[in-house]
Design a protein around this ligand. Structure first.
Ligand code: AP5
Ligand code: ZN
Length: 216
């Protein structure tokens, strides 16, 4: 199955992706995680994208489309994949259509902007795996440490309130129009199914709702 998780920064895409990919045995393709890994490793790509990521803006479509097209040729994508944070612009979505990469489900996770600011200030991540925690809603077993490796958790550089607000405005301007884009594709009977779910419930409730959507 090929799935897109659509939602504002902090909507819970990464959190829910962890469950879906385990259940369906498909890889999570998070363009954000891939870019952060490149920044951390200091590759030419990482040096190119670091400033724009820290400012809350979007990396160019050209870079992102090339990155994703290369990633989905890997053998682990043979049975499908879950896109987390991609596509984020109409040209990115159109590039998949043009390449004949059909999507089965687009799931929009809806959360109000003020809730997002609160969520992101409490987020902590394990940089190497991309595992996500929250100081109150989803605390690690040992404070400050990843549950699996025991390594230190960190705060993302783009989770400062000012940057979060910028990311939210970029989301509303550039990414939210994708809901209409996929609605139109659905109406043309291309096989894609668009579902919107309420992301303001607890993590387990949303997980159950997603399971229903994926089995439907
Ligand atoms: P990316 O890494 O994709 O960030 P994002 O879309 O802004 O989303 P987040 O990772 O912040 O949020 P999430 O929805 O995964 O939430 P999470 O599960 O962590 O992108 C980063 C940057 O890279 C972009 O700004 C851009 O510069 C660049 N980029 C990436 N892809 C690109 C693309 N395609 N094109 C161009 N540029 C691109 O949850 C958030 C917090 O809330 C956590 O602490 C979690 O524990 C908590 N939480 C989750 N669910 C719940 C719940 N139900 N109740 C309470 N708390 C919850
Ligand atoms: Zn994420």
């Amino acid at each position: 199955m090929r799935i897109i998780l659509l939602g504002a920064p902090g909507a819970g895409k990464g959190t829910q992706a962890q469950f879906i990919t385990t259940e369906l045995n498909i890889p999570q393709i998070s363009t954000g995680d891939m870019l952060r890994a490149a920044v951390k490793a200091g590759t030419p790509l990482g040096r190119k994208v670091e400033d724009v990521m820290n400012s809350g803006g979007l990396v160019t479509d050209e870079i992102i489309i090339a990155l994703v097209k290369e990633r989905i040729t890997q053998p682990d994508c043979a049975n499908g994949f879950l896109f987390d944070g991609f596509p984020r612009t109409i040209p990115q979505a159109q590039a998949m259509v043009d390449a004949g990469i059909d999507i089965d489900r687009v799931i929009e996770i809806r959360v109000a902007d003020e809730e997002i600011v609160a969520r992101l200030s409490g987020r902590r991540v394990h940089p190497d795996s991309g595992r996500v925690y929250h100081l109150e809603h989803q605390p690690p077993k040992t404070p400050g440490k990843d549950d699996v490796t025991g390594e230190a958790l960190v705060q993302r550089d783009d989770d400062k309130e000012e940057t979060v607000r910028k990311r939210l405005s970029v989301y509303h301007e550039q990414t939210q129009p994708l809901v209409q884009f996929y609605k139109s594709l659905e109406e043309k009977n291309t096989g894609v199914k668009l579902v919107s779910i309420d992301g303001q419930a607890d993590v387990q409730k949303i997980r159950n709702r997603l399971a229903e959507v994926l089995n439907a």
